[in-house]
Design a protein around this ligand. Structure first.
Ligand code: PLP
Length: 373
């Protein structure tokens, strides 16, 4: 059977997403006892005690389907963020949110504006729908050039992706820039501003920066804005796949129509409801990352390694003279999993997630070792 003749044209030439390697995989492959994973921006503190107890309390319910509407979780989110449940939707991870939005809005004739070096799943969603990606360069500091993004819009622009802070660069755009960007957007052929999809996966980490904009503050005045966040990062629930978004009631109503039923599983809903009220866990995680970033910056400076200051829980650093994938492979053999970023066209760079102090220390020791070898 010739698959190319029968699959949708948009799916031809699709490359699978390269997921970070797991600890088990590397232990087996390299016969290692100790392996640390600093590759996928997870929270090394794990889920909180309160969340783990909630999970245990719900184990015996897993023979039921989950609540298809995530009623309790939406209520908890509504209380936490003081927004009506009609403005909230949930999904199985930010990845599903990106796909749901793409399925809802992107036609083949639409142009979708994305920034260079931004989270790769946007370009994949555009490709999946057969729409036209318009890629705008970043500025020299690896920051989103929001002015250039607005300028790249024309009559055919359906949507724009903005990540704040961005993965893999860790950079963020300040309140002033973001407000001006929303204001500057031109109308498209539908007589509306393009949909702005604001990805705040690392919101809690970035919110320590004084001039970091909270996307929710802009919802009321910008009906074209969709903001989403995830439980995978600071809340330590990556393995459960759960995320949430905010938008106008009309947009939420359509997302609800097209999403798969039961998309957020029963344990994920229960754990997420517990996690969203656990302010102590968020504060602990913010503190750890803020402190450890300073440690890593200092060590990079001692080593003469160029890095990008990050508002998130990971740091992009230059591996030159080693190619990023060589540095990745050498560190892997030493039991440290980081992330090469070739798929972002950053062949001389590597992204490392901020871990526990002992993990960061091990990473630095191994980095020194591979540098010398
Ligand atoms: C910027 C950004 N958005 C979205 C996601 C997706 O997260 P998840 O699908 O785990 O919610 C990630 C994960 O790495 C990310 O870095």
């Amino acid at each position: 059977m010739n698959m190319q003749n029968i699959i949708r044209k948009a799916c031809d030439g699709f490359k699978p997403y390269v997921a970070g390697k797991s600890i088990g995989e590397i232990k087996r492959e390299y016969n290692l006892k100790e392996v640390v994973k600093l590759a996928s921006n997870e929270n090394p503190l794990g889920a909180s005690k309160k969340v783990l107890k909630t999970l245990r309390d719900n184990f015996d319910k897993v023979f039921f389907y989950p609540d298809s509407n995530s009623f309790d979780l939406k209520k908890s989110l509504s209380k936490r963020y003081r927004l009506p449940t009609g403005n909230i939707f949930t999904a199985a991870g930010g990845d599903e949110i990106i796909e749901l939005i793409a399925k809802l809005f992107f036609n083949p004739e639409d142009e979708i504006v994305i920034s260079k070096y931004s989270f790769i799943r946007y370009a994949m969603a555009v490709q999946l729908m057969g729409s036209k990606p318009v890629v705008v360069p970043m500025n020299e500091e690896f920051k989103y050039d929001l002015q250039a993004l607005a300028k790249a819009c024309n009559k055919n622009t359906k949507a724009i992706f903005v990540t704040n802070p961005n993965n893999p660069t860790g950079t963020y755009n300040a309140k002033k820039e973001f407000s001006a960007f929303l204001k500057d957007l031109p109308l498209n052929k539908f007589g509306v501003k393009p949909i702005v999809i604001l990805d705040e996966a690392y919101f809690e980490y970035a919110s320590l920066e004084k001039d970091y904009p909270d996307g929710l503050d802009y919802l009321k005045d910008n009906l074209n804005l969709i903001v989403f966040r995830t439980f995978s990062k600071i809340h330590g629930l990556a393995g459960l796949r759960v995320a949430y978004g905010f938008a106008s009631e009309k947009i939420v109503e359509y997302i609800e129509r097209i999403r798969p039923p039961f998309n957020v599983n029963l344990l994920a809903q229960a754990a997420a409801s517990a996690a969203i009220t656990d302010k102590a866990q968020v504060a602990r995680s913010q503190k750890l990352v803020a402190k450890e970033k300073l440690y890593l910056y200092k060590e990079f400076e001692k080593l003469g390694v160029k890095y990008v200051k990050s508002a998130a829980n990971f740091i992009l650093f230059k591996s030159f003279p080693l190619a990023g994938k060589n540095a990745f492979a050498k560190l892997l053999k030493e039991g440290v999993i980081v992330r090469a970023v070739d798929e972002y066209e950053l062949p001389d760079w590597v992204r490392v997630t901020v871990g526990l102090h002992k993990e960061n220390k091990l990473f630095i020791a191994k980095l020194k070792k591979i540098w010398k070898s």
